[in-house]
Design a protein around this ligand. Structure first.
Ligand code: MG
Length: 375
């Protein structure tokens, strides 16, 4: 028996100078927030999680305190209820898996039944650079060993976006797989633009297919099931999506209607490790790809790497990386050691129990704040 005694939530912000001009944000980001969730048991173990801001979660901590720590499915069911009423509480699920791993002295990927502790990464860029700069990033990505690079769309014109893909393909030949993120699945709070139509997505897909792009990500709104089914009928490029889709029944629709080739929910934002382990197996069982979104801090990256390794490894797993503004040092500032790829683009997960990572308490003390905003 191991009983949960306490939950602690803290907010931190790393000042960013130079700022990070995220392609999906109109304001360059001057701070990188991280919310840390800690779950304590009566044996001296502490599980850690991160992801959403967890605002208001203090009201719900009482539904965990006093309960058996290892009742992960029970906790996930409660978190699912909490999500319906308030926010995305899934960092708590990750913290509970980390705690369970520490109690059992087992890494999460092994608790999930994984057969390998190695995952291949793709470099996921996050900045709209000029054509020569994007070609340079692609060269650097390949030199570092990554097998693939994801390019962000959203420049003022679609022709400007497509010019980047063509230039990178011309420069790299077939040495690097390319993915493209159209970012049509969801909107930042201020962005009232409508999502692409299926006809527009079809035109873009044809151009990307001609450039041998590995997958086209979020070409339509997350709820446009008919559009996604139709798009997949019309084009031969893989369609990816679902990174912030919330509910199991929504994923069931995406599967049953054959909307996607690649499923990308992120366990710190959606259904937790507890829910996504089951979805990953359902996706794999029908010959589709499960490979989580990971854009966030290093704890979230590791949680999703553990999930991917524990459920089959995916094709490539997202590795947010776009120097100089987005380095592993910035991304993983809350960790004592940053997560890195080897010279062939592989990540070997640590042998330590749970997530296998340690927080940098000195950095957390220095960056502690009252809010989880990007400015
Ligand atoms: Mg995406």
């Amino acid at each position: 028996m191991s009983t949960i005694t306490r939950v602690e939530i803290s907010h931190h912000q790393l000042p960013l100078d130079p700022a990070f001009p995220a392609s999906w944000d109109t304001q360059p980001r001057t701070r990188f927030p991280a919310t840390i969730v800690r779950v304590f048991d009566d044996q001296g173990h502490v599980g850690i999680g991160s992801g959403d801001s967890m605002y208001g979660f203090a009201d719900y901590e009482r539904y965990f305190i006093g309960h058996e720590a290892l009742d992960l499915d029970r906790h996930a069911a409660v978190l699912s209820n909490i999500e319906f009423h308030a926010g995305r509480p899934w960092p708590m699920d990750v913290a509970l898996w980390d705690l369970a791993g520490k109690i059992r002295d087992e890494p999460i990927w092994r608790m999930l039944g994984g057969t390998s502790n190695r995952v291949r990464a793709y470099a996921s860029s996050g900045v709209h650079r000029t054509v020569p700069e994007m070609v340079e990033l692609a060269r650097r990505t390949l030199t570092l060993g990554f097998p693939a690079l994801k390019i962000r769309f959203g420049r003022p014109t679609i022709e400007a976006d497509l010019a980047v893909v063509s230039a990178v393909r011309d420069a790299m030949g077939n040495a690097l797989e390319l993915m493209v993120d159209c970012n049509q699945g969801w909107r930042m709070p201020w962005d009232t633009q409508p999502a692409w139509t299926v006809d527009h997505a079809t035109e873009v897909a044809a151009r990307l297919s001609a450039e041998r792009v590995f997958w086209m990500e979020e070409p339509l709104h997350r709820g446009d099931y008919e559009g996604m089914t139709e798009l997949r009928r019309r084009v031969d490029i893989r369609v990816a999506g679902g990174e912030l889709t919330r509910e199991p029944y929504e994923f069931r629709e995406l599967l049953e209607r054959d909307c996607l080739d690649v499923f990308q929910p992120d366990c710190v934002c959606t259904m937790g490790i507890s829910g996504l382990r089951h979805l990953a197996h359902a996706v794999n069982a029908v010959g589709k790809v499960f490979t989580p979104h990971t854009w966030g801090n290093g704890l979230g990256v590791m949680a999703n790497l553990q999930l991917a390794a524990g459920t089959g490894g995916g094709a490539f797993v997202e590795f947010p990386f776009d120097p100089p503004e987005w380095t592993t040092a910035r991304r993983d500032y809350i960790l004592r050691r940053s997560i890195e790829v080897d010279g062939d683009g592989w990540i070997t997960l640590p042998d330590m129990p749970g997530l296998g990572i340690e927080l940098d308490e000195d950095v957390l003390a220095r960056t502690r704040t009252g809010q989880a905003t990007f400015a």
